[in-house]
Ligand binder design. Structure first.
Ligand code: SAM
Length: 279
C-alpha cells in the first residue's frame, strides 16, 4: 500500500495522507507549531511574532460578543490555542488528518490555562458534521486551497455560521487565469485543488449566502528567498526526480514553485472576510 500520495492525487484522501505523512517534518522545520508561512507585518521582529501575526489578524476579526469559533483545517491546534488563551471563546478545530488531531489534543492537554475552551475533531470541511452550527466566526488559514470542491466548502461553512457570522480565509489566490507551469507545480506539490481568483471565490461564496466584505493583500509581509528557500531551490533537480515517491519531495517542489509564483506576481497571499447573509 502506498504510504504517500502521488502529486496527481486530489481529494480528501490524498490530502489526509499528505498531512499524516508530513506534519512531523513540517513541525521540525517550522516555528511555533504552525503550518503556515510567517508574516512580517508592522512591528514584527521575531520568527515567533511573524507566525503569530496571522493569528493576531484572525483575533482582530473576532467581535466582542463572539463566543463560538471554528478553525477549518486546524493543523495541530496552534491557532485555536492562541485564540482561546486570549479570549473567553470556545474553539472547535477540525482537520482531515487524524495524525494532526492527535497532536492537537496532546498540545491542548499541556497548554496551561486558557480563557476559553478548545476541542478538536477529525472532519472534512467539505462535509462537516451536522452538529457544527451557530458559530460566530470561522477561519481557514492556508487550508481553503485544499477544498475539493470549493463550493462545498462555502456551503458547509455557511451552514456552520449563525446569520451575520463571519468567515476569514487567509490563503493564496491567483491573480490571473493564465496557464503556467509554476502554478501546476505548486498545486501538484501541495495538493491544492482550489486556487481561485478573488472574484471566483467571491462568486462561489455568494452562491452559498456568504458575501465578501474585505480583501486584503498580505503578500508584501511574506519573506521570499530565505536561506532555506535558496537551499531548496538548489536541490530542485534531485527533489523533482523523487516526486511521486516522497511526500516530502513533493512538498519541497511545491514550496519552491509557490515562491516563484509570488515573485512573478501570479499569486497573492490574501485575507478574505465573508459575512453570512441573514436567512
Ligand atoms: C497548511 S495546513 C494549515 C494548518 C493550520 N491552519 C495552520 O495554519 O497551522 C492545511 C490544513 O488544512 C487541513 N485540511 C485540508 N483539507 C481539509 C479538509 N477537506 N477538511 C478538513 N481539513 C482539511 C489539513 O489537514 C491541514 O490541517
Amino acid at each position: 500500500m502506498a504510504t504517500h500520495p502521488t502529486p496527481a492525487e486530489t481529494g480528501g484522501a490524498g490530502v489526509r495522507r499528505y498531512y499524516d505523512a508530513n506534519t512531523w517534518k513540517f513541525l521540525l522545520t517550522g516555528s511555533q507549531r504552525a503550518l503556515h508561512r510567517e508574516l512580517w507585518g508592522p512591528g514584527v521582529t521575531t520568527r515567533a511574532e511573524a507566525v503569530h501575526h496571522t493569528h493576531d489578524l484572525v483575533l482582530a476579526e473576532l467581535g466582542a460578543a463572539d463566543r463560538r469559533v471554528l478553525d477549518l483545517g486546524c493543523g495541530v491546534g496552534t491557532a485555536a490555542l492562541y485564540v482561546a488563551r486570549r479570549r473567553p471563546v470556545d474553539v472547535v478545530g477540525v482537520s482531515i488528518s487524524p495524525a494532526q488531531v492527535r497532536l492537537a489534543r496532546r498540545y491542548a492537554d499541556r497548554s496551561g490555562p486558557l480563557l476559553g475552551d478548545v476541542r478538536f475533531a477529525v472532519a472534512d470541511f467539505t462535509d462537516l458534521p451536522d452538529e457544527l452550527t451557530g458559530f460566530d466566526l470561522a477561519f481557514a488559514i492556508e487550508s481553503f486551497v485544499h477544498a475539493d470542491p470549493a463550493p462545498a466548502f462555502f456551503r458547509e461553512v455557511a451552514c456552520a455560521l449563525r446569520p451575520g457570522g463571519a468567515l476569514v480565509v487567509v490563503d493564496d489566490v491567483r491573480t490571473t487565469d493564465t496557464a503556467d507551469r509554476r502554478i501546476v507545480d505548486f498545486c501538484d506539490g501541495w495538493h491544492v485543488s482550489s486556487l481561485l481568483t478573488v472574484a471566483e471565490a467571491a462568486a462561489l461564496a455568494a452562491g452559498a449566502g456568504l458575501r465578501l466584505v474585505d480583501s486584503r493583500d498580505l503578500s508584501p509581509m511574506q519573506r521570499l528567498g530565505r536561506p532555506r528557500d535558496r537551499v531548496v531551490r538548489a536541490l530542485q533537480p534531485v527533489l523533482r526526480r523523487a516526486r511521486g515517491r516522497s511526500a516530502w519531495a513533493d512538498s519541497m517542489v511545491g514550496g519552491d514553485a509557490l515562491q516563484r509564483c509570488h515573485r512573478a506576481g501570479l499569486l497573492e497571499y490574501r485575507l478574505l472576510r465573508f459575512v453570512r447573509e441573514a436567512d
